[in-house]
Design a binder for this molecule. Structure first.
Ligand SMILES: [Zn+2]
Length: 502
């Protein structure tokens, strides 16, 4: 925490809270090989070819971004909201931006929750005795002292739970295994399953980890309590252990002992870290990009989201190193508290206030630094329910301005052909930029091959070695070109207002 307050120059003012929905379009189910729309070179590709090639060459030769990621992972490490490590990361991030020569470097103060995991364990106690591989879910309450021992009720899904008579659920530990149908479904059971089970009288909830990889590794993540229901403890199980319980439950009664010290402590001050390249002609107009600086309290937060903040940072730093002077301001933001509250994204929206119209575009990288295929763009026609292969240009209800914007992005994407990232896909966005993109700011995010992101996500295994340097550089290169062109070109992309719910 030392020195942090010295940099807390900007107050938070005004505006109502806005909920954000992550548009996990870049995180489709494994194997969802949506092709994206190919680039179509036009006037922008012609105008910016020389600058873009310089950026791409510099980015692919650059080692500073990956070196910074290495330091963040190995020397700061995991950085859950409310921990001293997060504030170390915040301070280090601001120093990094200052040393890179960015302007207006500041830490915007944000209060974040402090959830403490404490000691935790779970074990099968009948019909066999065996420890379970578990991780408590973020924001969960703990068990009473001495833990909970109860019979398990295994259910594959919400519908099965809701169809059971209450006396079958009351007093049980509900175990969900919806299978793996992508992160959208998996995270729905993780975030909402606890209160669904509590509403029926369950005493605790266990859920299969939201992953497709079966490697006896539990994946944590946040839950969200429905304030109308009793708060019961909840944890994620390894896929293997969830499947074991499922098999045993078919044979007869299964008993589990669960013990968790998890609890909330007082909120802690942290902050959004920001720096800029101030625009040469329209300094008030801003292209904002970044990721989230917090992580879970396991692993190193390497893919989630160390790679995101370091690739976006280096993308901006490279523009500065090359002496390029975009007409509009490019702002890098390391948002805070994405994982368990979204306080950073909401605080940023409040800080922008009624100048929302000057936010020209928002780019969030929070899907891992795997090999990029191109950019996701939308908010319209995108989102997690977008049908495979559907293109926004062909989506019903797209306005002429939106169609034109898609064409503009396909023109820009032509500049990314040398790194094989010359596609544009529906969707795009992220939970940190959700509060501003809901107000109509154009939303973008990298789209990658998405092969392994959910293998490591929110686990002890999310460590630096999972980030391939070449793929990381390609993300940096792509983001740098896109941010530069969006900040310099005549005209701007359109967004679409929406109401997001978390
Ligand atoms: Zn993330």
């Amino acid at each position: 925490m030392k020195c942090l307050t010295a940099r807390l120059a900007v107050g938070i003012t005004g505006a109502a809270m806005m909920a954000a929905t992550p548009l996990y379009s870049q995180m489709g189910a494994p194997g969802s090989e949506r092709a994206g729309m190919p680039a179509v070179a036009g006037p922008l590709a012609a105008k910016y070819k020389t600058d873009a090639d310089r950026i791409l060459t510099a980015a692919m030769a650059d080692n500073d971004g990956y070196a910074a990621l290495t330091y963040l992972c190995d020397h700061v490490g995991k950085r859950l909201s409310g921990t001293p490590q997060l504030n170390t990361a915040v301070e280090w991030g601001a120093d990094l931006m200052t040393k890179a020569g960015l302007q207006n470097v500041q830490v915007q103060p944000v209060m974040v929750p402090r959830w403490v995991r404490g000691n935790e364990s779970a074990a099968l106690v009948g019909p066999v005795a065996k420890p379970l591989h578990m991780l408590g879910l973020g924001m969960s309450v703990g068990t009473p002292k001495g833990g909970i021992t109860a019979e398990v009720l295994f259910v594959p899904d919400f519908a099965t739970l809701d169809a059971l008579p209450s006396d079958r659920v009351k007093g049980k530990i509900v175990v969900f295994n919806p299978g793996w149908h992508g992160y959208g479904v998996g995270s729905m059971y993780r975030t909402g399953g606890t209160s669904r089970a509590a509403a029926r009288g369950a005493v605790a909830m266990l859920v299969r980890s939201a992953t497709g990889l079966v490697m006896q590794t539990p994946h944590t993540g946040t839950l969200r309590y429905d304030e109308k229901q009793p708060k019961i403890p909840a944890a994620a199980l390894s896929v293997e252990d969830a499947l074991l319980i499922e098999r045993l439950a078919k044979e007869g009664p299964v008993k589990v002992h669960l013990e968790m010290d998890a609890h909330m402590e007082a909120d802690v001050q942290a902050g959004n870290v920001m720096g800029e390249i101030v625009g040469s002609e329209h300094p008030e107009q801003v292209v904002v990009l970044g990721g989230h600086i917090d992580s879970w309290d396991v692993g190193q937060g390497a893919q989630d989201d160390g790679g995101g903040i370091m690739a976006t940072f280096e993308a901006v730093s490279l523009i500065h190193k090359l002496g390029l002077k975009p007409k509009r301001t490019i702002r890098i933001v390391f948002w805070v508290n994405e994982e368990n509250g979204g306080a950073g994204g909401k605080a940023y929206r409040k800080w922008i206030g009624n100048k929302i119209g000057d936010q020209v575009a928002a780019i969030e990288m929070d899907g891992g630094a795997e090999k990029p295929l191109g950019m996701g763009y939308g908010g319209f026609g995108g989102g997690r329910r977008q049908a495979a292969g559907a293109a926004p240009a062909e989506a019903p209800g797209l306005s002429e301005a939106e169609k034109q914007s898609v064409a503009t992005m396909r023109d820009i994407a032509a500049l990314l052909a040398p790194i094989g990232a010359d596609t544009v896909s529906p969707g795009g966005g992220g939970s940190d930029i959700g509060p501003i993109t809901a107000d109509g700011v154009a939303a973008l995010s990298p789209r990658t091959v998405g092969e392994h992101y959910f293998d490591w996500h929110h686990t002890e295994a999310d460590t630096l070695d999972k980030v391939d340097p070449d793929s990381f550089k390609r993300n940096t290169a792509m983001l740098s070109v896109v941010a530069y062109v969006l900040a310099d070109m005549d005209g701007r992309l359109v967004g679409r207002k929406s109401v997001f719910s978390e």
